[in-house]
Design a protein around this ligand. Sequence first.
Ligand SMILES: Cc1cc2nc3c(=O)[nH]c(=O)nc-3n(C[C@H](O)[C@H](O)[C@H](O)COP(=O)(O)OP(=O)(O)OC[C@H]3O[C@@H](n4cnc5c(N)ncnc54)[C@H](O)[C@@H]3O)c2cc1C
Length: 174
Amino acid sequence: MASAYGKVETDSYLRVISDDFENIWAAGDCSADPFAGTDDQYCPPTAQFAQRQGVVCGKNIAAAMEGADRGLESFEFKGLREMAAIGHRKAVAHAFGMNFSGFIAWWMWGTVYLSKLPGLDRKIRVMADWTLDIFFSKDMSLLTPKYTSALKEAHLEKGDVLFQSGEPAFSFYL
Ligand SMILES: Cc1cc2nc3c(=O)[nH]c(=O)nc-3n(C[C@H](O)[C@H](O)[C@H](O)COP(=O)(O)OP(=O)(O)OC[C@H]3O[C@@H](n4cnc5c(N)ncnc54)[C@H](O)[C@@H]3O)c2cc1C
């Protein structure tokens, strides 16, 4: 099986390139799928690609199972836009061929985020939370989990492996 950057390499139909197997398919982060229109680039490991690859992959598996290899769909998606929130109501974005940063980019990011959230009630909750955040200071919660005991007992039978040679040491055994 061919691999690139530790991922299984596929052709543009998302079929794994292999000399030994014919019908293995891969999509999403685990796969190195060719980026449409390039010879040596792969699709980035992001959700917008993974989601669409899943759909094409599913269709192609169905077509292959029906013996209709000619009906295989090539994965041609090249991405819509890139955005990243960086905190303090700021973000960076590349959309519509332009770069944006600061609050306008955060607003764009938030709009896309809200549009992707499932369910109207969740959208409203998140939108209200973000809006209230503008007017009030941070709401802090103090978590006080019970600390785990520093000492533990373990029962081992003869032949059980406690730790492997060369592993980093996290405990002192007595
Ligand atoms: C912190 C972080 C932030 C990100 N932010 C963005 C973003 O803003 N925008 C964006 O587009 N992308 C983002 N990504 C990338 C995006 O999350 C991934 O590209 C996308 O989730 C890949 O989808 P996938 O289905 O290929 O893999 P995953 O979503 O990783 O799904 C793989 C699933 O397989 C399961 N699994 C693993 N091994 C086995 C097994 N042996 N048996 C059964 N199940 C198994 C896993 O539990 C998991 O549920 C982010 C990723 C991270 C880590």
